[in-house]
Structures are given as C-alpha cells and as structure tokens.
Ligand binder design. Sequence first.
Ligand SMILES: Nc1ncnc2c1ncn2[C@@H]1O[C@H](COP(=O)(O)OP(=O)(O)OP(=O)(O)O)[C@@H](O)[C@H]1O
Ligand code: SF4
Ligand SMILES: [Mg+2]
Length: 332
Amino acid sequence: MALALQTTDLVKEYPRRRSTPVQALRGVSVALETGRTLGIVGESGCGKSTLARLLVGLEAPTSGSVELLGEPLPAHPHRGLLARKIQLVFQDPYSSLDPRLTVSAALGEVLGVHGLAPRGRARQARVEELLAMVALGSRFLQRYPHELSGGQAQRVAVARALAVEPKVLVLDEPTSALDVSVRAEVMNLLVRLQDELRLSYVFISHDLAMVRHVADAIAVMYLGRVVEEGPYDAVLGASLHPYTRALAEAVPTPDPVAEARRRSKPVGEAPAGTGEAPAGCPYNPRCPLAEDICREVRPELLELAPAHRAACHVAARHAGVPSAVLGSPWTA
Ligand SMILES: Nc1ncnc2c1ncn2[C@@H]1O[C@H](COP(=O)(O)OP(=O)(O)OP(=O)(O)O)[C@@H](O)[C@H]1O
Ligand code: SF4
Ligand SMILES: [Mg+2]
C-alpha cells in the first residue's frame, strides 16, 4: 500500500547552555499507510510532540528526513505548497485559536492566506461548509474562542486544519484536554472525517486506551526512540517489549478494585530526554526482566514477528532472532 508519510532516522537535539543537548528524538523511523491511522504512544517527555512538529515541518530535524506523499518535506521556513498537505491539531484548542478572531474570521483568514476561496459569498459559503463538516451550525460563526466549550473549540481547530484540504492530519493528544464526556464525540467526529475525506492520521497519545479505538498500527516510544511497532492487534495483543506491557497494564479498567490497585502502582517517571540515557537498553533501570547484557548493549529495533518489531534482547531471544548487536551472545 502507498505510504502517506515516512520518516527516516529522525534525530532532534535542542542545545542547552553549558550542558549536553537535550536529545528529544534519537533516530525515529515510522511509516503511515494512506487512509490509515498510526498511533504514537509513550509517556510524557518521550518526544511525541517533537516528532509531531518535525512531521509537519514546523521544526527542522538535526538529521534524518520526512517524506510526505512520496516527496521530501522541507522544514520551516521553506515549507511550500507540499506542507499544506499535512496539518497539526494541538492538544489545547484555545492555544491554537486567536482569541481576537471570531470563528468565521479565523476560518476565513486561513482560506484567504492560501488563496483558497475568493472574498465574499464564496468564502462565506466555504466557511459554513467547514463548520458543518465538524458538526457545528452557523450560530457559531460569530463566536469568539472564549465563547466555545473545549469540545467546540477543538472542532473549530479541526475545521481550520481541514480548510487547506490536507491529506494527513497529525493529532497531538487531540482529546486529552477535553472533558471526558465530550472525548468520545470528538473521537467519533475524527473517525467520520477520516472516512469521508480519505485522510491519513498520526494519532499521538500518552494513553494506550485512546489509540486503541482508532489506530491500525502503533509505534511505542521511549526516551526518543521507537521501542516497539507493528499492527495494532500484534502490539496490543502480543506485546513484545516490557515497556509496552507496562503501558497496557496501566490502561484503566472498569473494575474499581483492580483500578485502585493499578493506581497505587504507577508506571513511573521517565527520565527526561537528556543526553544522559543509561548505557545499554534505555529501559533497563525500570525493566523487571533486565539482564547483564541489558546494562551494556543497546538492543536494535528488529522484526521479531511478521511486520512486528521490538528493541529488546529478551524478546529477540524468545523469538529466536539473533541480535544484530555485535558482542551480544545471540550474534551467530
Ligand atoms: N524547544 C525545546 N527546547 C528544549 N527542550 C525541548 C524542547 N521541546 C522539547 N524538549 C524536550 O524534549 C523532550 C521531549 O519533549 P516532547 O514535548 O516532545 O515530549 P512529549 O512526549 O510530547 O511529552 P508530553 O506527553 O508531556 O506532551 C523533553 O525532554 C522536553 O523537555
Ligand atoms: S533489553 Fe533488557 S532491559 Fe531492555 S526491555 Fe528488554 S529485557 Fe528489559
Ligand atoms: Mg506532547
């Protein structure tokens, strides 16, 4: 199947004064098939939003590349027409909407800047069409962001992203800031829009339960790297990496007793994405399965089952796959 989006070995470092740079991404290669949803999951600070900014060309990678619809995507400020084909929807809709503009003015502005609808009736008609796409009526046209609920504001943010007729949406925790009661509505809207407009999605969340309902494939990130990826069923149903299993166990359950037990056992804080990652496997200080080699040799991301990759020495041994890392006991 054709790829809508692909990254190759993306690295992003943020310089710090009198200290080693923050290594937000340490070589991320992911692919998104056309019309599908790639879920990106991982705890706070693992590099999800950094990846989102690089995917849409808002920031340039330190090294590595992004290909959109088969073409290299130039980073800001040389983004060009191709960049229109990929749009980012942020977690906090209010921060992405100008408080001084009504909904009508905000959508009209985007159409005007990109020369997508002439002034007057045609532009107004397109603005109303966009609002209808996100299930908001014309009574919202003259509202300012502070006059919208979180769910309504996020719908407007989605409409604004759709105004430029993108092929790919990067959704960075699009429902995390919303009231639980409206999350499902916004999720359903996103699923319907994907279908109607044949969109491809990158859906970012720290919550495995959230991507569970939308993703066809999942990439699990830890400290700036993908540690497991593959089809949704494989990654969730037959997780290979101990970190993915810890995330899966952290998914809330409907059973209040099990839930109370789960809450008393947090997955733990991730070390910040600094230059000081532990030697060997980055997950080793928290891993219940860690062995000597885990403290010395970093595991490569290897295909351990069909289309299912993981970076773990123990999982590789179980799968009978020789580790590609020189010096490991499983190198033939
Ligand atoms: N502009 C920046 N300058 C310096 N460090 C940054 C910058 N942006 C991100 N970082 C650092 O890069 C790492 C990854 O941050 P990022 O925001 O991508 O994580 P995240 O997975 O989106 O986290 P969250 O779930 O909290 O949104 C963190 O250690 C963060 O502090
Ligand atoms: S390589 Fe070792 S420390 Fe890392 S996840 Fe696998 S078992 Fe755990
Ligand atoms: Mg983030």
